[in-house]
Design a protein around this ligand. Sequence first.
Ligand SMILES: NC(=O)c1ccc[n+]([C@@H]2O[C@H](COP(=O)([O-])OP(=O)(O)OC[C@H]3O[C@@H](n4cnc5c(N)ncnc54)[C@H](O)[C@@H]3O)[C@@H](O)[C@H]2O)c1
Length: 263
Amino acid sequence: MHIKDRTFIISGGASGLGLATVRDLHFHGGYISILDLHAENGIAIVRELGPERTIFFETDVTSTPSLQAAVDSTAAWIAQTAKPLGAIIPAAGVGNPGKLIDRHNEPISMAQLDFVLNINLRGVLDLIRLCLPHMTTTIPTAPDNERGVIIMVSSSAAFDGQPGQAAYAASKGAIRSLTLVLARDLAQYGIRAVSIAPSYFESNMTAQMSEKVRRSLEKVLEFPKRPGKGEDFARMVRGCVENVMLNGECIRLDGATRMPSKL
Ligand SMILES: NC(=O)c1ccc[n+]([C@@H]2O[C@H](COP(=O)([O-])OP(=O)(O)OC[C@H]3O[C@@H](n4cnc5c(N)ncnc54)[C@H](O)[C@@H]3O)[C@@H](O)[C@H]2O)c1
């Protein structure tokens, strides 16, 4: 699919990997609807890129009414611009590590598990579900009669989860499992589904890790010997949009790094 003159809905687009994707798809001629909890960042990015091809909706992906309002408003924007929905990119996500049982033999709270699962899994399914009626009704494009693509964000944790990542790995493993099902369910509409599983990428999320954890993570990198950058991720997203043969697959984006059990 061509990026130019298509609309892209990106949750978590106000920071990190989502923001790098906003910038890249905008640079290549896309129209971008950013859904994020962080209003200040969202407004700033629209101011920076200009309101002609970017729009921001303050959205909590854990709330169906909030998502519904953002999707409805994006649909109204699409009606004005006449740039059809091309991709749904649910990139909002949180880490929030915690072991299921702590050293005082206290089980983790359900609130902590729900917090991660509701953003990383429920929020992804809900956004896709609400966007789909708008994608299935776009005019398919030649030569393959393609209508759109869903690009989700999994993680290395879906393959080699580390201690303390129970909720995170469960959510990202679910995204990985969901990929083929979505591809199969939506093939009849000409809609593809892929997921990208980054390892250790620079972002606000990883900036919160201690210097010690970051240094030991850098030791296990194969090649290149550096954390991934937003631009590396965005280039992969662009490939997923443009290459119609990518479908039903969770693509590791990790420079061959395999996370060890201890850092
Ligand atoms: N950075 C990495 O190393 C890495 C590795 C693997 C996967 N990922 C995944 O990449 C995605 C992006 O993460 P990032 O590293 O760019 O982090 P980030 O913290 O920089 O960005 C996450 C964005 O999600 C938004 N968000 C959080 N909760 C939200 C909610 N309830 N509703 C709407 N928006 C919400 C935040 O406001 C923020 O703008 C996540 O799904 C994350 O799990 C990141």
